[in-house]
Write a protein that binds this ligand. Structure first.
Ligand SMILES: Nc1ncnc2c1ncn2[C@@H]1O[C@H](COP(=O)(O)OP(=O)(O)OP(=O)(O)O)[C@@H](O)[C@H]1O
Length: 713
């Protein structure tokens, strides 16, 4: 844990560093009053500290903090919910059967609508025992340098100068010599271990060495197929840098969302290394005469299992059939997770392949009968050694507040905040959370001049498959080069993306397949760097943790209350003057309620936001219904409390009202309403699309308009 991370919770107790930070935080807004209020809040909290009980749960934020006196003080200070002792008198008066009950909002704030308490009627947070996990590990770096390979000297100099790379990673050391000797290889190696250079270096080494020298008019000699457009860009960029000393080798790319006409023109000019998504390539194979694949000497299928997940198996088969079977061709399949389907793909496209699994010391021929050559159901996956994984159990109603608190904790209350990627289940959900967070914490937009952005504001980004390609590329590039910020995204960013210096991966919705979990968390802790991951789960979903630990994934629990306490500081920025004059919220339950109200007011008052929230809610439910059948017992729509879920989208109406076109709330008997809350209404429009249609639209190609049919890229 960095020193900076350990700052986070000390923030509440008023040590010297904390006080300074709080002061500057407030100054940024130019609100001296707020600062005084904060100081008051802290001192009030300090007065109460000895009376409160200590939080029982461990918190991963926190090993260091737990050992520090200030942390222990904080836990005591900020845990009024555990006991009525220490609760300030005005709250004590209000407490009834539920010690976490907060005063009626009408008394404290100026809300016109009654809003049920965030902290009442939530399912209990189950205690989760830490299971013993047998972890698989992989050594990241080898003892060999690129210089030890028989590469062109310009290649090694280029790697040193442009990539700042001399030493090979283990996967590179094990696979590159075989690839240079002409073998077909299947490679399995952890995320962020340098698989791109594992195939790119031998491809460029080979093409630059051909005599007579190749020219762009020789056409496509190496074909690299990847599942998403961002990966096309990333891989193409790597090739561009790699061929720099060998200008006669020309890389190019094709991907959905780009203009076909300009792609055709580029194909006519000729390119030797072609990086593409399968759908768009197939489109050109069918419709572009100038594209010839008859000379292809290298076929690379990166993220091979993903290519199959997306239903591309038939497309990839068609592409392989379009290649000339007579000429010798080398094929490489790579992924951090190789599924059973990949074996089929291997059978289709590889000749006498070598299987390299970096977690196994031995290389194997694919025909080997050994157990490790078969994909096992309970296979242990390897995650980066320096990745610290954690989970937080959050009742549905409190999800939005916990996410908000976590973002603010990591982005506003750190001296150097770093970058965070938040995975959500649907595009609508990305749109909603992006707009909401930007509105409250993103500050004013200052066109083309980020330097004018107010200090303390958070930079938010969004990425999903329905965005226009231009915007997708812009966001990908901006977030890549940003020093700090939060990217809200769907699974479209889960595979292969090498976004520098991402410190936190937050999975706000569980990914389903464990493979997806592994790829998502793999966007951090790359090439031996430190990284953190946080998984949100609801109380009814805790069984999922067993499923993860069954695959060798070990996690620590972060206490939700510890995260929510961030709001005590954050709320200072949000309270209106009138609320400040009365009594500012000062315990985390109050603060969460206050901020939730602010969000709900915004959703109610802003028509566009209101629509977005409804769409996000509906799409969440639809996506929830598409978990694979083996996880249905854990993630079943009927386990969702739709009323609580609505709150997590800032909606006050019961979900049964959401699709009421007349906009008038429908009223139902209590019993009926509760049933509708749990099961939804048949008329509510929560139709369950198939898993594949969800996934495909996420990775849409942009070739067709509107919602995309199957398999286009
Ligand atoms: N030998 C090396 N030494 C240091 N950095 C390296 C080395 N090889 C590659 N890298 C860098 O490591 C980062 C991750 O590489 P890459 O994206 O190829 O990983 P990957 O194994 O394909 O990950 P994923 O499975 O997530 O797609 C890149 O920034 C790359 O430049």
């Amino acid at each position: 844990m960095s020193a900076e991370d350990s700052l986070q919770l000390n923030f509440f107790v008023g040590d010297e560093k904390t006080t300074k930070r709080k002061q500057s935080y407030s100054k940024k807004r130019g609100t001296r009053i707020k600062q005084r209020k904060q100081e008051k809040t802290v001192s009030r909290l300090e007065k109460d500290k000895s009376k409160n009980s200590q939080s029982e749960k461990s918190s991963q934020i926190t090993e260091e903090e737990k050992s520090s006196e200030s942390y222990r003080k904080k836990i005591r200070d900020d845990s009024p919910s555990k006991s009525s002792a220490g609760v300030s008198p005005h709250l004590k008066r209000k407490q009834t059967e539920d010690s976490t009950e907060v005063p009626h909002k009408k008394e404290r704030h100026e809300n016109k609508v009654f809003i049920s308490s965030l902290f009442r009627f939530n399912p209990e947070i189950p205690s989760v025992e830490r299971s013993v996990v047998s972890k698989k590990t992989e050594e990241m770096f080898s003892s060999k340098d690129f210089k030890d390979l028989d590469l062109h000297p310009f290649m090694t100099t280029n790697l040193e100068e442009r990539f700042q790379i001399t030493q090979m990673t283990t996967v590179q050391q094990r696979a590159i010599p075989h690839l240079m000797s002409g073998r077909d290889v299947m490679v399995k190696s952890q995320t962020g271990s340098g698989k791109t250079l594992t195939f790119a270096v031998p491809v460029v080494q080979h093409l630059q060495s051909l005599t007579p020298k190749i020219s762009r008019m020789d056409g496509v000699l190496a074909l690299v197929i990847v599942p998403t457009r961002e990966l096309v860009i990333q891989c193409f960029e790597t090739f561009k840098r790699l061929v720099n000393p060998f200008q006669w080798v020309v890389p190019g790319c094709l991907m959905g969302g780009e203009k076909r006409k300009s792609e055709k023109a580029r194909l006519r000019k000729g390119m030797n290394i072609l990086v593409c998504t399968p759908g768009r390539l197939l489109d050109h194979i069918r419709n572009t005469n100038s594209l010839s694949l008859s000379k292809v000497k290298w076929l690379v299928l990166d993220e091979a299992d993903r290519l199959l997940d997306l239903g591309y198996e038939k497309d990839v088969g068609e592409i392989i059939n379009a290649l000339d079977t007579e000429s010798h061709r080398q094929t490489v399949l790579l992924s951090a997770t190789l599924s059973e389907g990949v074996e089929r793909l291997a059978g289709m496209s590889l000749t006498d392949p070598l299987r390299i699994d970096v977690s196994n010391a031995e290389e194997e021929n694919s025909q080997s009968n050994s157990e490790s050559s078969k994909t096992q159901k309970n296979e242990n996956f390897v995650v980066p050694e320096k990745l610290r994984q954690s989970f937080v159990i959050t009742p549905c109603k409190l999800r939005l507040m916990t996410l908000t608190a976590f973002i603010l904790l990591k982005m506003k209350m750190m001296t150097s905040p770093g970058k965070m990627v938040v995975f959500l289940s649907t595009q609508d959900s990305v749109e909603f959370h992006y707009k909401l967070m930007k509105h409250f914490f993103g500050g004013e937009e200052v066109e083309d001049n980020p330097n004018l952005a107010e200090e303390g504001d958070v930079d938010f980004f969004k990425l999903h498959g329905e965005m226009p390609q231009k915007e997708r590329t812009k966001v990908y590039q901006e977030f890549s080069s940003a020093k700090t910020g939060v990217l809200f995204c769907t699974n479209v960013a889960s595979r292969g993306l090498d976004l520098p210096d991402v410190r936190w991966i937050v999975q706000y919705t569980t990914p389903g397949a464990v493979q997806d979990y592994v790829h998502r968390v793999g966007r951090t802790a790359r090439v031996g760097k430190q990284g953190h991951a946080l998984l949100f789960i609801m109380p009814a979903e805790v069984e999922y943790l067993k499923s993860l630990s069954g695959h060798g994934i070990s996690m620590e629990e972060i206490n939700m209350a510890d995260i929510l306490k961030t709001l005590i500081i954050a709320v200072q920025d949000m309270v209106s003057d009138s609320d400040r004059k009365r009594m500012p919220p000062k315990m985390y339950e109050e603060c969460a309620t206050y901020i939730q109200n602010c969000f709900e007011n915004f959703v109610v008052e802003d028509k566009e936001m209101s629509e977005m929230a409804k769409k996000a809610f509906q799409s969440f439910v639809r996506a929830y219904a598409t978990y694979p059948s083996d996880l249905k017992t854990i993630f079943h729509v009927r386990n969702l409390h739709l009323g609580h879920l609505a709150k997590s989208f800032g909606l006050r109406e019961a979900p049964s009202n959401i699709n009421d076109k007349r906009g008038k709330p429908k009223t139902f008997s209590k019993k009926k309403q509760s049933r509708r809350d749990r099961f939804g209404s048949e008329k509510s429009g929560f139709k369950t699309p198939s898993f594949s249609s969800q996934a495909i639209s996420e990775f849409s190609s942009g070739l067709s308009s509107g919602r995309l049919p199957k398999k286009k890229h």
